[in-house]
Design a protein around this ligand. Structure first.
Ligand code: PRP
Length: 208
């Protein structure tokens, strides 16, 4: 049986339906919204619903053999896993955003609010720009509005949150999408099963 960690929420449901179409259905999963584990021994799969930012931890430590995580999480936490496939869903971009008329003053340390300090640090260190990171856990858009930061580094999907808060994307750092990832040791132990999943998912992506 292959243990699969799925990100709980809208993305996870989309991803589960991809697994379903690829031949790994587990009908019970659609019947309960509280239960966290589901098995289909006939299809050789066991699914877990995991908080999206925790999927890589389950996979890195081998509690799940494979899982689906956003590229944002993989870049931020750099887990020691194999990245097998870009699933082409959950597409968005990591951006620098702020007031549309923002002009960076190189004489001052730039204050950057973000949930992604590693990504932000790497982006600005490549530009040799000195920054002060303000680590927040959500509603990042508030920071420049209240003067807590000059800009933010955050995920932009539709751009609606920025727009409705009088902010604009200033620069794209990296495009983001959901990735199929695998535990390194379990990938070897369950090579045939994991490769079959990968191939069926690839075929599905090519058809759609
Ligand atoms: C993310 C991100 C933005 C929003 C962008 O927040 O942090 O706030 O989505 O989406 P949009 O461009 O389509 O408006 P999330 O919903 O993950 O909640 P958070 O504020 O708790 O981070």
């Amino acid at each position: 049986m292959v243990n699969i960690a799925l990100p709980k929420g809208r993305l996870g449901e989309k991803v589960y339906s991809m697994f379903e179409r690829a031949g790994y259905a587990c009908p019970e999963i659609r019947e309960s919204n509280r239960k966290l584990t589901f098995q289909n021994p006939d299809a050789g799969v066991c699914y877990f619903w995991v908080k999206p930012s925790d999927v890589a931890i389950y996979v890195e430590r081998g509690a799940a053999d494979i899982g689906v995580a956003g590229k944002d999480i993989l870049l931020e936490y750099a887990p020691d896993i194999y990245e097998l496939l870009d699933l082409n869903v959950g597409k968005c971009r990591m951006c620098v955003a702020g007031p549309a008329d923002f002009r960076d003053d190189p004489a001052r340390t730039l204050r950057v609010a973000t949930k992604f300090p590693r990504i932000a640090r790497r982006h600005y260190s490549q530009r040799s720009r000195q920054i002060d990171i303000i680590k927040l856990n959500g509603s990042i858009e508030l920071a420049p509005i209240l003067g807590l930061s000059d800009v933010i580094v955050d995920i932009v999907e539709t751009g609606k949150t920025l727009l409705e808060n009088g902010l604009a994307p200033l620069e794209t750092i990296v495009p983001i999408s959901a990735r199929l990832i695998a535990n390194k040791a379990n990938y070897k132990f369950k090579y045939d099963e994991i490769c079959a999943i990968c191939e069926n998912m690839t075929q599905l992506l090519e058809q759609e």
